[in-house]
Design a protein around this ligand. Sequence first.
Ligand code: UTP
Length: 294
Amino acid sequence: MKRVRKAIIPAAGLGTRFLPVTKAMPKEMLPIVDKPTIQYIVEEAIDSGIEDIIIVTGKGKRAIEDHFDHNYELEDNLMKKGKFELLEKTKQSSKVTLHYIRQKEPLGLGHAVWCARKFIGEEPFAVLLGDDIVQAEKPCLKQLIDHYEETGGSVIGVQQVPYDQTHRYGIVDPNEQKGNSYSVNQFVEKPEAGTAPSNLAIMGRYVLSPKIFPYLEDQELGAGGEVQLTDAIQRLNETQSVFAYDFEGKRYDVGEKIGFIQTTIEFALENEEIGPDVQAIITKLAEDLKQKQN
Ligand code: UTP
């Protein structure tokens, strides 16, 4: 069985839910405390054993490439000032090689993945969405890769969501369950409210067979008039088993405002440097609010 060595991070979307900030700034570069979202995702890929990452970018996404590049001027400045701790923070891991490809038009997640087909070739590969962070003891992607190595089939990361939220996600119609793993009857992209076959929602982490590419190539437009990755996965599942894996860990949707704010607060509270001060601010705010209500 071939090892999973390569990953795609699609980051070419328009980020309309964050306008106006995303007019000139990629949403994947929005910081959670002091690190851009996409860096958390790259770190998860590295911790899962990925060696090569291709980031799918688009118009206005230059900052992503700059972020992962050397900044000699800054490094020199920090070195001369003896700010070695900060210098370390600006350096990128040498454990992974980053590559870039442009999606000329944001035609959907499925199309973004298809854009990286030549880089992937005939190997199994991972996909990590550029706006989903997962905190877990064992990295989420590593959990999926381990499951792929046990079964040999493509694996889609899922978690349970409240039923009134299912219309926002790709949803799995599960068949047989073994521990955290499900064989799947069907994958449905954004089912209409009240029609979801389960509350197992696709969460932005995938290990896929390269056999997905021919399906993406001729995939008709789906929900939202976009090429949907879920629709191609459904077709793949008709010819070879695709598993849904209910991974351990907390997933943060940083691609929408409330998720972004919640993630920022939780990560700030956990941060060694500022955590206690943030806790004090929140406690004070809660007291003020209580007083106002009385
Ligand atoms: P989203 O649908 O969450 O991102 O796609 P979006 O389209 O940028 O956001 P809104 O809805 O306009 O606010 C999930 C991930 O897939 C990437 C996005 O960059 C994001 O990281 N994506 C989406 C692409 O790379 N290309 C696309 O055509 C669409």
